[in-house]
Design a protein around this ligand. Structure first.
Ligand code: AMP
Length: 188
């Protein structure tokens, strides 16, 4: 089973590229942001719990994310690969992911990061806020999301570099160019 983590800050284009990669290789795309947004829009107990946290641009608790991912792995036990988009986002989540995959007899195969400069990220996130009306993409929240990334998520780069799983692709350019660069480093 190929377990790809598509890594990068908010606004790097993970969602767009994850969908394309999943389609090309026949893998299951898992976006924890999409899962959480669906819970919020359906007004489930989980959705009610995380709504204000997401709207503020903070991270939802590790415990909830780990519960969500455990159920994703249980429900999709027959797939031949995953593209994880937006998970893990903390060291604790990364360690728990290793444990979950280990229990299933698997491991993280590679971590592919989209590298985009901060100015471009802010521009993209604000544009998306206008186009999609995403409540978590207003200017203050955008800044908050980037702070959360630097503080909690960026340390994962070293975690995966040490495991020799980390690779970077430049994430500015056309969607198709970035996609073909990503595909060229995915060795199945
Ligand atoms: P995304 O669409 O991946 O940018 O996620 C949107 C929001 O969902 C984030 O700003 C967080 O509030 C929450 N979220 C998504 N994935 C995670 C995660 N792995 N850990 C904590 N919070 C998450």
């Amino acid at each position: 089973m190929f377990n790809l983590i598509l890594f990068g800050p908010p606004g790097a284009g993970k969602g767009t590229q994850a969908i394309k990669i999943a389609e090309k290789f026949g893998w299951k795309h898992v976006s924890t942001g999409d899962i959480l947004r669906a819970e919020v829009s359906q007004g489930t107990p989980l959705g009610l719990k995380v709504k204000s946290v997401m709207e503020a641009g903070h991270l939802v608790s590790d415990e909830l994310l780990i519960e969500i991912m455990e159920s994703v792995f249980v429900k999709n036990n027959a797939v031949n690969g995953f593209v994880l988009d937006g998970f893990p986002r903390t060291l604790k989540q990364a360690q728990e992911l290793d444990g979950m995959l280990h229990k299933l007899g698997h491991a993280v195969t590679m971590v592919l990061a989209l590298e985009v400069n901060e100015e471009e990220l802010v521009k993209r996130l604000l544009k998306r806020a206008q186009e999609q009306g995403r409540l978590d993409d207003t200017e203050d929240v955008v800044k908050n999301r980037l702070v959360q990334y630097h503080h909690h998520t960026k340390p994962l780069i070293d975690y995966y570099k040490e495991k020799k799983l980390y690779q970077e692709v430049y994430g500015v350019g056309s969607i198709e160019d970035i996609f073909s660069q990503l595909c060229s480093v995915i060795k199945t």
